[in-house]
Design a protein around this ligand. Structure first.
Ligand code: ZN
Length: 67
């Protein structure tokens, strides 16, 4: 995984820098008896994002400290 995924992200409420819960989209390999690990996970600045430390919910862009 890209270790710089969260670079520049900061919770504006509590100051948490990681982790974050992000609702993005991804591709799955689906078999008759189950689903494989997701790959090619994608999100952007407009994806919903939640801080697990304080529960603050906004978009990824809102969590970007440089914005
Ligand atoms: Zn927070």
């Amino acid at each position: 995984m890209n270790e710089n995924c969260l670079e520049g992200m900061l919770c504006p409420v509590c100051g948490n820098q990681e982790p974050f819960e992000i609702s993005g989209s991804s591709w799955f390999l689906v078999f008759q008896d189950g689903v494989d690990e997701p790959s090619e996970v994608e999100w952007d600045d407009s994806s919903p994002c939640r801080c697990p430390a304080c529960g603050h919910t906004a978009t990824v862009g809102y969590f970007m400290s440089d914005a």
